[in-house]
Design a protein around this ligand. Structure first.
Ligand code: ATP
Length: 491
């Protein structure tokens, strides 16, 4: 159900349809390469206990997530008919690991992907599911089932687009495998202190470092049997990480299980994905199924660029938000907003490629622990980052490609940093020009989403609309009202 943004200053005639963007236009890979050292990831369980680092008050209300309800609704992506115990092939150690993570039932993607992934002989898989629905656990359970713990040699490789995501995935693998004595994992991200051969069975890294390790023979890949590309559409982008991923693939044994996961597989990339993972089983979604129901989407109608900043600061002064992420197109903007918000008395943190890897690690860890509540960043964190306490995402700039067309996929990934696994979240896109109105309209039309207007002319309305969502614990339609969402599957 699409609702056009009433663009007061938009031109009356519709803009000429933009040519189909090439993948070279995508700007989601800008800072993927600047990573540093490996470290254990603290799980995000400290957010509510911590001091509010933004200088704002602690939340005045808690959102209760009723996963049981959601997981019983056949139309919800979290629904499954099975329990983990009923999925054949999962060891007792892994079932204990799952329980230890407080997972009670698989989500739809887990229920559908796991039986395909665990088949013998192994088969390739291209898996698509909405953001925050548990794709990481799906590929992790397959990896941990397939590796031989008695062999201290790399057997599974996960490639991700950023050091933060690689470290996060490594944390999940460690956590899920905590009942598998002898399990070793390593994050393949730049680390000047790293010495010696890799003995870990599971390697999670960014493609540049992985390629480097293989070429320098730090990592013996002769026993590799599973390769996963997380955020696969981004990883296969032909102009950016795609080349590196392809090169890594050529350095690995021929006969490997290739697993590609993402919330988005734009048409232009799907053919390439199919050649990268030949004869893959496919789990895909339709275009209008991609958005997460728990995320209520707003746009903030501002008069000009300066009014954007004023509204942002006023907004943060008005509302009590748990954790939030502000996305900017350029790192300079992120740095500048951080400077100005700090000068205005807000305690905010910034993470972009402008920082050294080790400093990036410190910032993201503080954010995960709830020690920093407002994170200002670029597209480097648009994908995969899972911090459950994030209740709001702000698009300070509308995501666009290099040639100036709207970038719906990046929009979807950015807003997917909230509303994780059935939680509610708010996404607010700031708009201050006709051009940004048009970009937003393109995104609305692309996904057929609903978006509500907020205006700095009526702060009471802003407050009540946003609070209503967070208080109710529910965004948009109830799960029962949701339309049937059919997952296409061919095995
Ligand atoms: N079966 C489950 N039961 C409860 N929680 C789960 C389950 N599976 C995953 N989760 C939790 O859901 C959250 C989202 O999972 P994950 O990060 O794997 O999502 P994703 O599908 O990879 O999202 P994205 O597309 O944004 O990368 C995580 O906090 C994870 O711990």
């Amino acid at each position: 159900m699409s609702s056009e943004i009433p663009a007061s200053d938009a031109p009356s005639s519709a803009p000429a349809p933009a040519p189909e963007p090439s993948l070279a236009d995508r700007i989601t890979r800008d800072e993927a390469e600047e990573e540093d050292e490996e470290a254990a990831i603290p799980q995000n369980d400290g957010a509510d206990r911590a001091q509010n680092g933004s200088g704002l008050e602690e939340p005045e209300y808690e959102v209760e997530v009723q996963l049981n309800d959601l997981q019983q609704d056949p139309n919800n992506p979290l629904f499954s008919i099975k329990t983990f115990e009923e999925i054949p092939g999962l060891s007792q150690e892994l079932l204990k690991g799952i329980l230890n993570m407080n997972f009670r039932k698989p989500s739809k993607i887990q229920e559908r992907a796991l039986p395909l992934l665990l088949r013998d002989p192994p088969q390739n898989l291209i898996g698509q599911s909405q953001s925050g629905t548990g794709k990481t656990a799906a590929f992790t359970l397959n990896i941990l089932t397939r590796i031989d713990i008695s062999l201290q040699q790399p057997q599974a490789l996960v490639l991700a687009p950023s050091r933060e995501l690689a470290r996060q995935i490594q944390g999940v693998i460690k956590h899920m495998g905590s009942f598998m004595p002898g399990l070793e994992t390593v994050a393949a991200i730049p680390d000047p202190t790293r010495r010696g051969k890799i003995t870990a069975q599971v390697v999670v890294g960014t493609p540049g470092t992985v390629q480097d390790w293989i070429k320098k023979r730090v990592m013996d890949v002769s026993k590799m049997k599973v390769m996963v590309l997380d955020e696969a559409d981004n990883m296969l982008d032909q102009q950016g990480l795609g080349d590196q991923c392809r090169r890594v693939r050529t350095l690995l044994p021929r006969n490997m299980q290739i697993v590609l996961f993402s919330a988005t597989f734009p048409d232009q990339v799907l053919d390439f994905a199919k050649s990268f993972a030949p004869d893959a089983n496919m789990i895909t979604l339709k275009q209008d199924e991609l958005t997460v129901e728990g995320i209520k989407q707003f746009y903030f109608d501002c008069d000009n660029e300066e009014a954007k900043y004023d509204s942002l600061v006023k907004f943060y002064g008005l509302l009590t938000i748990n954790s939030s992420i502000i996305f900017c197109k350029k790192r300079d903007t992120a740095v500048e907003i951080e400077r100005r918000m700090k000068a205005d008395g807000h305690e905010v943190a910034h993470l972009s490629g402008a920082l050294e890897g080790i400093d990036r690690d410190a910032v993201i860890d503080r954010f995960r622990n709830g020690l920093a509540k407002v994170l200002i960043t670029t597209n480097v964190l648009a994908r995969g980052i899972d911090v459950q306490s994030v209740t709001m995402v702000v698009n300070y700039d509308i995501p666009e490609m290099q040639r100036g067309q709207a970038d719906p996929e990046t929009y979807l990934h950015r807003i997917g940093r909230t509303g994780r696994f059935g939680r509610v979240g708010v996404a607010i896109s700031f708009i201050s020009s006709t051009r940004e109105h048009n970009l937003m309209n393109d995104i609305v039309a692309h996904f057929g989403v609903e978006m509500s207007r907020l205006s700095p002319d009526n702060w009471d309305d802003v407050e009540s609309q946003v609070k209503r969502v967070i208080k109710s614990g529910r965004a948009g339609k109830s799960t029962k009202e949701m339309q049937s969402r059919e997952v296409e599957m061919s095995a």
